[in-house]
Structures are given as structure tokens and as C-alpha cells.
Ligand binder design. Structure first.
Ligand code: ZN
Length: 473
């Protein structure tokens, strides 16, 4: 939270007055909150100098080199060649895959072998847009967390390295895919290059998937594997079409952040509860989107995230959805305004109009800004504590106070907790109550009128993702 802004001062002041005015509050509770309001327990959100330095290392020129290299393989269509001869000739998805792997390995060499570079390879059976069984390979690098207790917590950044042109089965003509999605792949790679120069308590995964254009095949396989292996992925950042196409109506100061409302993985019982409690706007993915907007207020990334409360663009899809289906919090970053002449098009000129997803339409400074926003989010989450668990809103009797309880954040990084709240009609958190190193807090306003969540905070001011309570009778 930007505590220095007038809005925040106002909301803190009114919250504090509300707490003092609350006749029901016991003395210990008041003391706790007074200290909290003075910032003794929980530090304000300030930029971590180490993270800020990492962001400075993100380079538009490096991103340009990555995008141009990916374009140089002529096509990265999932059905394109991946035999040894094609790899040697530098043409097709196999050559792209080998280059991405080598690039991750190069970053790893520069950090003393800190990255584990892996492939997730499988044969996809024939389907709509896959005429014959096809080998699909996701490539990823693991920056293992340095804290044994926190290393099982993971955050992930991804982009798809496959491309396409006008024909969804065209495996041989040029499909440069500079914006869709060499740009997102470059974000994943650049985050790996820069963040691997640092150490984090939790684990960071850098992923490049294939098969997106044929039906989210790579991401679906990876997300299922993660679910089956019980990976604790707290956040998935999918970057797809983040090139900032340089068309006249582009707004290069904005990146859209799409997040699902009703979770795709919710059971019928969970959907009934969401309906009953007014929780349609509070999926874990939406909490991640809100977290990204808070990160953007703390770090100068050069681009403003604009939350879009929708799974994806109208009737369209992307890799974050494959993670959502397995129950992970996942969002999609996409440029403000897409130019449909420059994606899913054969490269050609017609009546003076240039078609095709060429590198010359990409704004590399913009991609670098999006990469900074991704890196800042990954670094903040991987530095910070695990979210609190079993967060409950006590509803044993009818009352106008609201009492929340929770179990401590695991891993020992948390030094306190914050209760955040907002009006039911508001998109973002509006007030923060630092309640200290406790497992219970009573707020002097009614649960009927606001949405609450609880998050953990560490001594440096890194926040966990907030957790919305379940009712407890
Ligand atoms: Zn795409």
C-alpha cells in the first residue's frame, strides 16, 4: 500500500478513529491496534532496494535480441519440424526449443549453476488442431528457494514460444510470432536472467510452453503435472501478446491484467457459497491481480496494470486458464490494444497494408516495462511470507463487529498480519489494519458491508497474497 498517499492517510485515520471509538474493544486490543497504526508491528510497503536493483537490470535491448532470435526460426508452429536436421538448420519449433534451453543454461552458468533447466516433454494425441500425435515440449528453469521451509512455495512466470500464421495447421510457412508470443517468452527469459542474480526464500519457476495455439496443450500438461505432484504454486503470471504493438491507438502506459471471477476449479458447493456470500469478485486469481496493482505502486516499472475482471479477452483463451482449471491462481498480461493485422496472419502486403506478426511492430521498451512488473511481482511474493491459512470470519452470533481468526503463515517469515477490506462494490482494497503477530482480530465494522481478507507481512514489508475468510459458525 502506498501509505504516503492522501487516500491512504485518510483511510488509516478513519480506521484508527473507528477503532478508538469502538466501545467494545478491550484495552489490550486497543493497545495492539494503536501500535499497529503507528507502524510498530508492520512496516509500510516500501521498495526493497535489492528488488529495485534487479528491475534496473531488465534490458529492452536484451528483450529485442530474444524476440529477434525467436523470429529467426521462421516458424515455431507446434506441428513444425523438430528433427535433428531442422534443429541444425535453425528452422522450426525444435530449434527454438533447443535455443531457449541453451539460453536458460547460459543464465545458470552466470549465477554459478543456480538454475535447474528442465524439459516437460510428452506426446499429444491427435485432436482438432493436432492431426497426428505430436511431441510437445515445455522448457523451464527452477530458481530454488534458499529457505528450506519456504522453498516448497513457488511462483511462476510463463509465455508460449509456439507461433502460428493464418492457417492453424500450416507447419512450414513463416509464422514469426514476435508479439504472439515471443514477447511473453522474452518476459519469462528476462525475468530468469535478472532474478537468477538474486536469492529468494521461495522458489521461482520460469516457463516457456508450446502448443498454446493448438489448444493450450503445453500449459495443460504442465499444470496437471504440477497438480499431481502437489506443487504449491501460489501465483502464475502468463504473458501473452505483451509486445505493445506500435499502432496509432495503442496506449503503451497500460498493460491489461485478466483474472477469472468464479474459479473454474470451484466445486458446486463452493459456487453455492460464493453466490451466498457475494464472493464473485474474490477468486485467488483476482487477489493476485490486486497484488500486481499494489506492486506497481511500489516499484517504478514503467507500465500501469489495468485489472480486467474477466477470465480472458471476449470468447478467447490463454495458458493461465489451464492453470486455473487445476485450481492455481493465474492471471494473463496482454497489451492494451491488439492489432489483429499483426497476429495469426500470413506475412504479406495487401493494398499497402502490412500483415504478419513481425518484430518491427514490437515496442521493446514496453515489453521491458511488462517484464519489470512481472519480476517485481515474482520477487515480492518469493521474498515474502506464505499467506495465513484457515482464515475464518466468526459468525457464531449476530453482531456488527467483525472477528477474523487464522492460523499462522508457515515458514517462519511472517512478523505480523494485516486485515485488508473494501466496499463490496470496490475493485481494490481500500483500507489496511495492521494487527500485529496475532491470530485473531476484531474490526469495528460490519461484515455485511465490506469484503475482508488477511495477509501476512515480514519485517521488510513484503506482503503475502491476501486470503478471503470462510464463515465459521
Ligand atoms: Zn498467444
Amino acid at each position: 500500500m502506498a501509505l504516503s498517499s492522501p487516500v491512504w492517510i485518510k483511510s488509516w485515520a478513519s480506521l484508527f478513529l473507528a477503532m478508538v471509538a469502538g466501545l467494545g474493544m478491550n484495552v489490550a486490543g486497543l493497545a495492539q491496534n494503536v501500535k499497529a497504526a503507528a507502524g510498530e508491528h508492520n512496516p509500510p510497503e516500501i521498495a526493497n532496494a535489492r528488488i529495485a536493483r534487479a528491475l534496473q537490470n531488465i534490458s529492452a535491448e536484451r528483450i529485442r535480441a530474444t524476440v529477434e532470435k525467436l523470429v529467426s526460426f521462421h516458424t515455431r508452429q507446434t506441428l513444425s519440424a523438430q528433427d535433428d536436421a531442422a534443429i541444425a538448420a535453425g528452422r522450426g519449433i525444435g530449434a527454438a526449443r533447443e535455443w531457449i534451453k541453451a539460453e536458460f543454461e547460459r543464465y545458470s552458468k552466470a549465477c554459478g549453476g543456480c538454475l535447474e533447466v528442465k524439459s516437460d516433454s510428452f506426446t499429444e494425441t491427435a485432436a482438432d488442431r493436432i492431426p497426428t500425435p505430436t511431441q510437445i515440449t515445455n522448457v523451464y528453469a527452477v530458481l530454488k528457494g534458499t529457505d528450506p521451509q519456504s522453498a516448497k512455495r513457488m511462483v511462476l512466470v510463463t509465455g508460449h514460444y509456439d507461433s502460428r500464421n493464418s492457417g492453424e495447421l500450416d507447419a512450414s510457412s513463416d509464422a514469426p510470432g514476435a508479439n504472439d508470443d515471443a514477447s511473453g517468452t522474452a518476459v519469462s527469459l528476462e525475468c530468469a536472467r535478472v532474478l537468477s542474480q538474486q536469492k529468494f526464500p521461495a522458489t521461482v519457476l520460469f516457463l516457456a510452453v508450446a502448443g498454446e495455439e493448438q489448444g493450450l496443450n503445453g500449459s495443460s500438461h504442465f499444470a496437471q503435472m504440477a497438480k499431481q505432484q502437489g506443487w504449491n504454486i501460489e501465483a502464475v503470471l502468463n504473458n501473452d501478446i505483451v509486445g505493445g504493438d506500435q499502432s496509432a491507438l495503442q496506449d503503451s502506459s497500460v498493460v491489461r491484467v485478466f483474472s477469472e471471477g468464479l474459479p473454474q476449479a470451484a466445486t458446486e458447493a463452493q459456487v453455492r457459497r460464493i453466490r451466498a456470500l457475494g464472493g464473485e469478485n474474490d477468486s485467488p486469481s483476482r487477489q493476485l491481480a490486486r497484488y500486481i496493482t499494489e506492486v506497481a505502486r511500489i516499484y517504478r516499472t514503467g507500465v500501469e496494470p489495468r485489472m480486467i475482471f474477466r477470465l480472458d479477452r471476449y470468447l478467447r483463451g490463454g495458458d493461465h486458464s489451464a492453470f486455473n482449471q487445476q485450481g492455481f491462481a493465474a492471471v494473463r498480461f496482454t497489451e492494451y490494444r491488439e492489432d489483429y493485422n499483426h497476429q495469426h496472419q500470413d506475412v504479406r502486403t495487401e493494398k499497402g497494408m502490412e500483415y504478419g506478426d513481425l518484430a518491427k511492430f514490437v515496442n521493446f521498451e514496453y515489453v521491458a516495462s511488462v517484464a519489470r512488473l512481472n519480476a517485481a511481482t515474482l520477487a515480492s511474493l518469493a521474498s515474502g511470507p506464505a499467506p495465513p491459512v484457515k482464515v475464518r470470519l466468526v459468525t457464531k452470533k449476530l453482531e456488527n463487529d467483525s472477528t477474523l481468526t487464522w492460523e499462522s503463515s508457515t515458514g517462519g517469515l511472517a512478523t505480523g498480519y494485516e486485515v485488508v477490506s473494501r466496499a463490496t462494490s470496490s475493485p481494490a482494497w481500500e483500507s489496511v489494519s495492521a494487527v500485529g503477530q496475532v491470530n485473531r482480530a476484531t474490526l469495528k465494522f460490519s461484515k455485511d458491508n465490506v469484503i475482508f481478507a488477511v495477509r501476512a507481512v515480514d519485517a521488510q514489508g513484503h506482503r503475502s497474497l491476501p486470503v478471503v475468510p470462510d464463515p465459521e459458525r
